[in-house]
Design a protein around this ligand. Structure first.
Ligand SMILES: Cc1cc2nc3c(=O)[nH]c(=O)nc-3n(C[C@H](O)[C@H](O)[C@H](O)COP(=O)(O)O)c2cc1C
Length: 408
């Protein structure tokens, strides 16, 4: 039987014409003709997990994650003036098609000088909202949760794209002077950053809150604050990059203050129904640097401010630090300890590539979510393959069903 083509403009309540660029999501099927305009149930949710923990849902606040697999934020260095474009739609959208529970858009700068490179994604002005909304809407329509990482690169700002070597982009060719807690450069090749004044710190905190409001308007349902990898929030935490003598430096409480201020300001504008994550580097891997013990304390502190999950990465404060053992899942013990000692939810990230490995992390309660980055660049449909390997049925996009005859 031939079903007449119908653009599913009412699928998410949008009206034809008002969103002319809205992508065509799903071809109509017989049952869709009855349910298309009313179905709000995630297509990833109706599946059998047969005891496999990786594919059990997780609820945080009012958001139901259909499984435990997350696309870790990954800079794409593909914007002009911070605007999301077709690259972001296809890059993030295809991983939502692949069945990830949560797709987190890359480090998104809350002000222009907070970009790692001039080509970073941005959310510092209202004009950024519409193109981001297009991406968030597609992810949500595919049954995944759209998330965004809010970031400020601090002293590691104004660098070139990695595929050209990632060197400094100087002010004479369109770069800018980075800012930081203290005037200490990241590496001998980096510019000396301007140490932020207290009013400037307060302004940046406000920029984070404004960015969160824009993220909400764009339709994102998870915010992750980027407090890892040697960028601004981490720079305040680590004594290697923060040598301030005011209330933002010195004692642990003082070094926590910027992260806490940002978490508080964002939580104040981010609805109580929506999750807030914080990514940290759980260790600087360096003598006199930020430690796992301090990370545990930070997790306790921000939990009280409404942070729901700590995404546990590591490193980034110093350019050349030997990591004792970069084996598969080498950062999982950070997630495990922070979870066990504080009771906060955690995410494990770093060299997670294998379905059984990911399943073990969730089953052993080392973490509540697994985040994959490079493996998702190799395999956008990793969750579908993991489900097959673990013998779990997960719903597929209708358009792709012929490639997986044994899957619903
Ligand atoms: C291309 C690329 C871009 C990245 N950009 C970000 C980013 O924007 N924010 C972030 O917190 N981490 C970023 N990361 C780090 C990843 O999110 C992840 O933590 C890291 O790659 C380890 O996970 P993996 O072993 O699964 O790749 C990036 C990694 C890659 C490969």
């Amino acid at each position: 039987m031939c079903i007449p083509f119908r653009r599913p403009e009412s699928e998410n309540g949008s009206s034809a014409g008002s969103e002319a660029y809205r992508p065509y999501i799903r071809p109509p099927s017989v049952s869709d003709t009855e349910t298309m305009s009313t179905s709000a149930v995630s297509p990833h949710l109706s599946r059998q997990t047969g005891g496999v923990q990786l594919f059990t849902p997780l609820r945080i606040r009012d958001i139901e994650f259909p499984n435990r697999i997350v696309v870790s934020p990954m800079c794409q260095y593909s914007c002009v003036d911070g605007f999301a474009n077709d690259w972001h739609l296809v890059h993030l959208g295809s991983r939502a098609i692949g069945g990830a529970a949560l797709v987190i858009a890359e480090a998104t700068a809350i002000e222009p000088r907070g970009r790692i490179s001039p080509w970073d994604l941005g959310i510092w002005k209202d004009d950024h909202i519409d193109p981001l909304a297009r991406v968030a809407r597609f992810i949500k329509d595919r049954g995944s949760v759209p998330g965004i990482q809010l970031a400020h690169a601090g002293r590691k700002a104004s660098t070139d794209v990695p595929w050209r070597g990632g060197g400094v982009v100087s002010e004479s060719v369109g770069g800018w002077r980075p800012v930081a807690p203290s005037a200490i450069p990241f590496s001998p090749a980096s510019p000396v950053p301007a140490a932020l004044t207290t009013p400037e710190i307060h302004e940046i905190v406000s920029r984070f809150a404004e960015a969160a409001q824009r993220a909400l308007q764009a339709g994102f349902e998870v915010i992750e604050l980027h407090g890892a990898h040697g960028y601004l929030i981490h720079e305040f935490l680590s004594p290697l990059s923060n040598q301030r003598t005011d209330e933002y430096g010195g004692s642990l409480e003082n070094r926590f203050r910027f992260a806490s201020d940002v978490a508080k300001a964002v939580r104040a504008v981010w609805p109580a129904t929506l999750p807030l994550f914080l990514r940290i580097s759980a260790s600087d891997w360096a003598e006199d640097g930020w430690t796992l013990d301090e990370s545990v304390e930070l997790a306790r502190a921000v939990q009280l401010l409404g942070v729901d999950l700590i995404d546990c990465s590591s490193g980034g404060t110093l350019p050349y630090v030997p990591i004792p053992s970069a084996d598969p899942g080498y950062q999982v013990p950070f997630a495990e300890r922070i979870r066990r000692e504080t009771g906060i939810l955690t995410g494990a990230v770093g060299l997670i590539t294998d379905a059984q490995q990911a399943e073990n992390i969730i089953r052993d309660e080392s973490a509540d979510l697994v985040l994959l980055a490079r493996e998702f660049l190799r395999e956008p449909y990793w969750p579908i393959k993991a489900a097959q390997e673990l013998g779990v049925q997960i719903p597929l996009a209708d358009q792709y069903k012929r490639a997986f005859p044994n899957v619903r």
